[in-house]
Design a protein around this ligand. Structure first.
Ligand code: GDG
Length: 523
């Protein structure tokens, strides 16, 4: 979808405030000393996130507000008494920062979000832990976000767009405090099946929180089905499986699938221009005369990094002819380093990389290069263009944007090797799909991808590129806005039907005494 069309969808936000709420902020103020400078300087840093790219144009056009937790060491210097960064010439929306006390943040973010909910939803055989104090912090932080939203709106009509699993309780809290708001949320990670979800001691509270939404989005119809199935087992609600909505305590929540995508044209443009130039230097440095196999992910056990390293070891055993022929590069950005499981995982990854290089490396060829550092998004796109093969080895992944970015940026003769357990595998069918748990088959999939004839590689990549060009990040955002509007029409339609309901109520006076919730919320 062109940006123009997306902006047209925005007309429905007119005369209301548009508020995006997420744990992570769209930009932070960071003070650091850069080499060559004598005094520390403050810079605005943006996270590597397609989401920010998709939502910023909407916020800019709607002059909206983004509410998020502060994270930069200079954030406090750029806000007013309410934590608001005023709009500037480049940024026409307000950013309201929440300054969470360190202990509360630790228990909310490192604790319940990343040590309970993340492993619970990613069925990657990593046991979630549930601590009372983390749960209390999770509730408290959701409440703080709700306070900030209520203060921001002060009774004005609004559309709230909440992001991700850090804020599952906010929709219900907001519905009670801000009944005039239309509330939507996107859940960026998988939703597990009910058997897995039921181990969470606070599952019903989480579900009730999410049912405060008017619209709840997942990446896949499969996650939506799991969610509805979980509700069916855990809650006394009415579920309409044909239209995919749920009625709980008189309030209706539409549940839909919106597969997130990437900014295809921007990535493509970069790859074909700067990327092409950078790629030559990257190949000379890391893969001259050899095939270059790349991986990009956060250092996270759900990404299957150890499984991939084991498959690479197996590959060199099973295919000695490939020794010296292919160089593997992994860009694994440090992530959630306050969580012990993540630190231990990173140590094991380092140890196996050393083992591989020690076992197979020869003078002039290093089998594995591990760049365990943050790389700028544009630089990542240049890496895509430089590579012959991209390996995405996730054990479970909501979508996986790296796979889609590669389809947008790669050379036409490159190959995408994609775990069948990513959401992206549902759409990117011309990738070489594999099971990352099966080490021998994984190793053979790498060998097979390297051996694909050029004509087949080109045909696969052309089709992959077509797919990501025809549904990009603005299509995703536009679809969500359209669904919000549709949901509102549906709710108003119920109100139009109201006179008939009142007539029926004459026969059943008790029901008439209860005001319908939809009316209270909408008018
Ligand atoms: C969650 C879900 C879902 C830029 N520099 C680096 C880097 N980037 C960019 C990548 C990509 C993004 O970060 C990573 O996105 P993914 O989708 O691959 O993974 P998660 O971070 O786990 O995202 C996921 C997503 O939300 C969106 O809904 O697709 O399933 O888990 O854009 O180019 N990435 C890394 N290092 C860098 O230096 N790793």
């Amino acid at each position: 979808m062109a940006n123009q069309e997306l902006l047209r969808e925005i007309s429905f936000l007119a005369r209301r405030k548009f508020v995006v709420i997420s744990h992570r902020q769209p930009f932070s103020h960071v003070r650091r000393t850069v080499r060559g400078e004598s005094a520390p300087q403050v810079r605005v840093e943006k996270p590597a996130s397609g989401l920010t790219l998709a939502l910023e144009p909407i916020l800019q056009a709607a002059h909206g507000t983004w509410i998020a937790a502060a994270s930069g060491n200079a954030d406090a210097d750029f806000v007013d008494a309410k934590g608001v960064v005023a709009p500037t010439r480049e940024i026409h929306y307000r950013l309201r920062r929440l300054f969470l006390p360190p202990r509360l943040r630790e228990e909310f973010y490192t604790g319940f979000s990343n040590s309970s909910l993340w492993p619970l939803c990613h069925i990657a055989y990593h046991q979630p832990r549930f601590e009372d104090r983390w749960w209390k912090a999770y509730q408290a932080v959701n409440r703080l976000f709700c306070d900030a939203v209520a203060d921001e709106l002060r009774g004005e009509p609004a559309v709230l767009f909440i992001q991700d699993f850090h804020l599952a309780l906010l929709p219900q809290m907001a519905r009670e405090r801000i009944p005039q708001a239309l509330i939507a949320q996107f859940w960026h990670i998988p939703w597990p099946n009910p058997e897995v979800f039921r181990i969470c001691p606070w599952r019903r509270e989480l579900l009730a929180g999410l049912l405060g939404n008017d619209l709840l989005g997942f990446h896949l119809a499969y996650h939506r089905a799991n969610f509805l199935e979980t509700l069916d087992r855990e809650m006394a609600v009415q579920i309409n499986r044909e239209s995919n909505w749920v009625i709980s305590e008189g309030h209706r929540t539409a549940v839909a699938a919106f597969p997130i995508s990437v900014d295809t044209s921007r990535i493509r443009h970069h790859a074909a221009t700067t990327g092409r130039r950078d790629a030559e230097a990257l190949r000379n440095r890391y893969g001259r005369g050899r095939r270059l196999a790349l991986s990009v992910e956060r250092m996270d056990y759900s990404k299957g990094i150890i499984e991939r390293l084991e498959a690479i070891q197996r590959l060199f055993l099973r295919h000695p002819e490939l020794r010296g022929q292919v160089s593997f590069v992994q860009i694994s950005t440090p992530s959630r380093t306050d969580v012990r499981a993540y630190r231990d995982y990173a140590d094991r990854v380092d140890a196996i990389v050393r083992e591989i290089n020690h076992a197979w490396g020869v003078w002039g060829w290093t089998p594995m290069t591990a760049l365990h550092t943050y790389v700028e998004p544009e630089r990542v796109w240049s890496w895509y263009f430089a590579s012959d093969l991209l390996i995405v080895s996730s054990l479970h992944d909501g979508m996986n944007l790296v796979a889609k970015e590669f389809a947008a940026a790669a050379r036409e003769d490159a190959v995408l090797l994609l775990s069948q357990f990513t959401g992206a595998a549902r759409e990117l069918r011309e990738a070489v799909l594999f099971n990352p748990y099966a080490t021998d088959a994984f190793a053979e999939a790498i060998a097979g991808a390297l051996a694909l004839p050029e004509a087949e590689r080109r045909e696969r990549m052309r089709r992959l590129r077509w797919r990501v060009s025809h549904y990009d990040i603005t299509d995703w955002a536009g679809d969500i806005l359209r669904s919000m509007r549709q949901h509102e029409f549906d709710a108003q339609h119920t109100l139009l039907m109201e006179p008939r309901r009142q007539a029926a109520a004459r026969l059943e006076p008790e029901a008439a005494a209860r005001p319908p919730r939809a009316r209270r919320q909408r008018l």
